[in-house]
Design a protein around this ligand. Structure first.
Ligand code: PMT
Length: 213
């Protein structure tokens, strides 16, 4: 299979020295890319900035902003049999980019934000993608309910749901605990290393690919 993986956070620049981002380390996405390559698939990894080593035997596409990730995905998804969206894409970016460093002046500074495109949400519609589509859901409450809503709204075959309010799993941890949300059932994968879970997720993707034909 050709597998596309998005990973890491995006950076949304505010001025030449500042940006908005989030706590994603890229570990979950890189583990998925590694697992895909180890299981014999051709993997394209579209990644925001991380401190991780680039996985071997993977086509690596570095990006910085959500808009760059959107554009790279729109190109590479065309030849993917399965696409796994584990990146923590910034939902908003600063409305304007200041050419020069913003200087201290008033006690309060208001930054206007505008919505970024939903890359996963564009897969079935804008990109006309028909392969196996796997989203992630990072939730802090009502994990299964919110993840299932994302599964339907974004046309996914599977959503991997994690509770990012718990310490020791989720963002920046070496471990995770996830629910696999399918249209007709939910499977629970207890706390494990991200490497181990990534193998189980890629195996689930392989089965979805076989069933989809
Ligand atoms: O990188 P780590 O430190 O290892 O942490 C892993 C993780 C917690 C980041 C990962 O397991 C995870 O949950 N990734 C999804 C994070 C997220 O942004 O979730 P969300 O519920 O906000 O988004 C839902 C889905 O839409 C995700 O597949 C996301 O990639 C996608 N999305 C979101 C917004 C957007 N503009 N474009 C997108 O494609």
């Amino acid at each position: 299979m050709n597998i596309l993986v998005t990973a890491g956070s995006t950076r949304e620049p505010l001025d030449p020295v500042r940006y908005l981002t989030n706590r994603s380390s890229g570990k979950m996405g890189y583990a998925l890319a590694n697992a895909g390559a180890q299981l014999g698939h051709r993997v394209t990894l579209i990644s925001g900035p991380t401190h991780l080593d680039i996985p071997i035997n993977v086509d690596y596409v570095p990006v910085e902003t959500a808009q760059e990730m959107f554009e790279a995905t729109s190109i590479h998804i065309a030849r993917a049999d399965a696409a796994i969206f584990s990146a923590a894409v910034a939902d908003y970016r600063p409305a304007t980019f200041a050419e020069n460093k913003i200087r201290k002046s008033e006690d309060r500074l208001t930054i206007e934000l505008v919505r970024n495109a939903d890359i996963l949400g564009s897969a079935r519609t804008e990109f006309r993608y028909e392969g196996v589509l796997v989203g992630f859901a990072a939730e802090t409450e009502n994990l299964e309910e919110h993840a299932r809503e994302k599964l339907h709204r974004k046309g996914c075959d599977l959503v991997v749901a994690n509770d990012v309010s718990q310490s020791g799993i989720g963002f920046d941890s070496d471990h995770n605990e996830v629910l696999l949300i399918y249209p007709d059932r939910t499977e629970s994968l207890p706390v494990e290393t991200k490497e181990h879970l990534a193998h189980l997720i890629v195996q689930a993707v392989q089965e979805l690919r076989i069933r989809k034909g």
